[in-house]
Write a protein that binds this ligand. Structure first.
Ligand code: NAD
Length: 299
């Protein structure tokens, strides 16, 4: 079993850590504060406990065993021994650039770096390391333990060997994958972020209420979630950062974030992870049902 390093224990990192720990891997999960790690530990335990309810057919796992395979730490140097590294820090290029310099120094030269970014080009991330051939985009979907497919992004220098190593690991973890070329936002988020932003503009302009916008997508198109619920699930800060990356990368105003999105993020209203976004959530448990907010207006 490979040792897996996961950096960032927020919405995505805790799910990625859970995914690999459930499969029997030893995981090192790093974040900057003990409080975040404690919340990750509690949420992973809860997710494993409720997995059979949330994922019919999922094997029964003992929460204490899964959590026991994860070393929760604020000490980045603990990634020294890992065989694979998955980075899940916030969608900010300056932060990622400085972090990848440190990771490159700490990890053995052959260790593949899986970049879980929403929009930042993989070739740009690879340029912050001395191992551009070992850097690959591993765009996990949210929640990582339950979504069946990962978008894999080949950077300009990503080698065939790195691709094969990551494909092998994902195969053994029961995940499918689809490989795409490198471009800001890749395939999924170049389309999705525009859609979410446009839904937020509709709310901002008062064309419809939050609940109605989401119901239209669910009831008319058969989507399992509406665009505003999806934005809440992703995290409104992550949606905003991703739109900023797309806007800068393409130098195209069509990705200009809606002012309402910026205002909500400034107000600390970030979606499920804070209990309030376009909808209200009784707690921040990531698989809770959405509490619809009626036609609450954000002006
Ligand atoms: P998040 O804000 O929920 O979590 C980010 C975590 O990174 C925080 O806990 C933060 O404390 C930690 N962090 C910041 N700097 C760090 C450092 N130097 N070392 C260790 N940890 C550090 O964000 P998220 O939603 O989990 O997103 C993480 C990455 O995954 C982003 O690049 C995002 O674009 C991408 N992504 C997000 C989603 C989603 O649905 N939220 C889906 C796919 C990919």
């Amino acid at each position: 079993m490979e040792r897996i390093g996961v950096v960032g224990a927020g919405t995505m990192g805790r799910g990625v850590a859970q995914l690999f720990a459930e499969q029997g891997h030893q995981v090192v999960l790093v974040d900057v504060a003990d409080q975040i790690l404690e919340s990750a530990r509690a949420e992973i335990g809860r997710e494993v406990r409720f997995a059979r309810l949330l994922r019919p057919g999922a094997p029964t796992r003992v929460p204490e065993e899964v959590v026991g395979r994860i070393a929760f730490t604020t000490d980045l140097t603990e990634v020294r021994q890992v065989d694979f590294l998955f980075e899940n820090t916030i969608e900010n290029w300056d932060l990622k650039r400085s972090l990848y310099g440190k990771l490159d120094f700490l990890c053995a030269p052959g260790v593949p770096f899986g970049v879980n970014t929403s929009a930042i080009p993989i070739t740009r991330v690879a340029s912050a390391t001395g191992r551009p051939d070992r850097v690959i985009g591993t765009h996990f979907m949210n929640p990582a333990p339950t979504k069946p497919t990962v978008e894999l992004i080949r950077g300009h220098h990503t080698s065939d060997e790195t691709l094969a190593l990551i494909q092998g690991l994902l195969d053994r973890t029961g995940k499918r994958h689809i490989v795409v070329k490198d471009s800001p936002g890749f395939v999924t988020n170049r389309v999705l972020m525009l859609t979410l932003n446009e839904a937020i503009f509709l709310l901002h302009e008062g064309v419809s209420g939050a609940a109605e916008i989401d119901r239209l997508f669910k009831e008319c198109f058969g989507h399992t979630m509406g665009p505003l619920e999806t934005a809440d699930l992703i995290g409104l800060d992550t949606v905003l950062f991703s739109l900023d990356v797309l806007c800068d990368s393409f130098d195209d105003p069509k990705y200009r974030p809606c002012p309402l999105l910026r205002k909500l993020v400034d107000a600390g209203i970030l979606g499920r992870k804070t209990g309030q976004g376009f909808h209200h959530y009784d707690d921040t448990h990531r698989n809770d049902d959405t509490q619809e907010s009626g036609d609450r207006r954000y002006e």
